[in-house]
Design a protein around this ligand. Structure first.
Ligand code: ADP
Ligand code: MG
Length: 379
């Protein structure tokens, strides 16, 4: 009796891997099959180290080969336990936020580099791609989301959720929003002291009814202070996007920003660096690029720090104007600005998907494929 290897493989396809919804062959658990006459030797790897799991797998393999291939086959099974390596980075800290898949912190070392502009445009672009998006404006020194989303006078309402009163985020352009700015007068200087700010932030995070979100973006204050530490420790942040202009002073601060996320007490994966105000193109000379703040500074920094480069956003008057009137520029369709933000957003999503592959399944993102701009979600 000559046993066919293909038949053995086909038989093993009947065995599903618990919790994965895949069969043993698809999941890559079958490492090798050797045939010697009527003997079959199967090498497999499983992730469940328990003796019971091993026994069960062995019995299943024996049965299925005897049933499907050859009832008198002599079978030898070598099982190797390959426990999923614990990810070194991104150990989830803080309380998990039910219903929120991915929390992305947007940071910059230096103020005024366009962190909020990038956050707002990332948010509307993600919403256009079909994701459920929320923005938490944690910039206690200069909250700008209420203006950038044209809701400066709104106040979040209270809703009753399961007998508890919760804050309902304000919504515009398909993006849910909570901001420190909703709790202060527009012309009032915000001298929040650390503990007060932390308390307000905590409420916006844990006493708010965000509902289901694919992405929550957090617009962090500039710098690398205590408030960053408390947010990073309170929340299971998936990753950070660091925004910088190509200018040396901004780059030096961006470097500190990256170092902050990578330090042991924070340990949040850096999804990458985005270069804002990368170049200026006047409307009347659309093919000219002027590198006002220097050329490719953020790109080089990303290379230097060995973190992904997420893309460049030009310095364009319409971006500034859009921010001021409260309608993020990426909403203007078929423009180079929209294209630049789409490119940036796709790269961010791709990095998130990549990061989540190395995370435990409960934290993993639910995105599977990306085709052009429309991202297919599998819930
Ligand atoms: N790419 C850009 N082109 C033109 N203006 C920009 C761009 N990015 C930001 N700005 C403008 O620069 C100023 C600072 O941006 P902002 O997003 O508020 O920075 P940050 O949040 O880092 O302090 C704002 O007036 C904003 O409209
Ligand atoms: Mg800002």
């Amino acid at each position: 009796m000559k046993i066919d290897k293909k038949e053995v493989l086909r038989a093993l396809e009947h065995i599903t891997v618990p919790g994965e919804g895949q069969n043993m062959v698809e999941s890559g658990a079958v490492k090798n099959i050797q045939i010697f006459g009527d003997e079959v030797e199967v090498d497999i790897t499983i992730s469940n180290p328990s003796l019971q799991a091993r026994k069960k797998t062995e019995v299943e393999i024996l049965k299925i080969i005897h049933r499907e291939v050859y009832e008198k086959a002599k079978i030898k099974i070598n099982i190797k336990v390959d426990a999923p390596a614990k990810p070194k980075t991104n150990e989830i800290k803080g309380k998990p936020l039910p219903g929120i898949q991915n929390i992305i912190a947007v940071a910059s070392g230096k103020g005024g580099v366009g962190k909020s502009t990038v956050t707002a445009n990332l948010a509307v672009t993600l919403a256009k791609m079909g994701f459920k998006v929320g923005v938490l404006d944690a910039d206690i020194y200069g909250p700008s989301m209420p203006i950038m989303f044209d809701v400066p006078m709104e106040k979040p309402l209270a809703v009753n959720v399961g007998g508890k009163s919760k804050m309902k985020p304000v919504e515009n352009y398909g993006v849910k929003l909570l901001s420190i700015g909703f709790f202060t007068q527009p012309d009032q200087a915000v001298i929040w002291r650390g503990p007060m700010a932390a308390k307000a932030l905590n409420q916006m995070i844990f006493d708010a009814h965000w509902g289901e979100l694919d992405f929550m973006l957090i617009d962090l204050p500039p710098g690398t202070g205590d408030i960053h530490l408390s947010i990073m420790q309170a929340m299971p942040v998936t990753g950070a996007v660091v925004v910088s202009t190509p200018q040396n002073v901004a780059l030096a601060d961006a470097r500190k920003g990256v170092a902050m996320f990578q330090q042991d007490s924070i340990n949040v994966p850096v999804l990458g660096i985005a270069e804002n105000m990368a170049y200026f193109t006047p409307e009347e000379l659309p093919d000219n690029k002027y590198y006002i703040f220097g050329k490719e500074g953020a790109k080089n920094l990303a290379e230097d720090l060995n973190v992904p480069f997420l893309g460049e956003i030009p310095l364009v008057q319409s971006i500034r104007e859009a921010g001021d009137i409260g309608r993020p520029a990426a909403m203007q369709t078929a423009t180079p600005v929209e294209e630049a933000f789409e490119n940036l957003t796709k790269n961010v999503v791709q990095e998130v998907v990549g990061r989540n592959k190395s995370l435990p399944p409960t934290e993993a993102i639910k995105i599977t494929t990306m085709a052009g701009c429309s991202v297919v979600k599998k819930k």
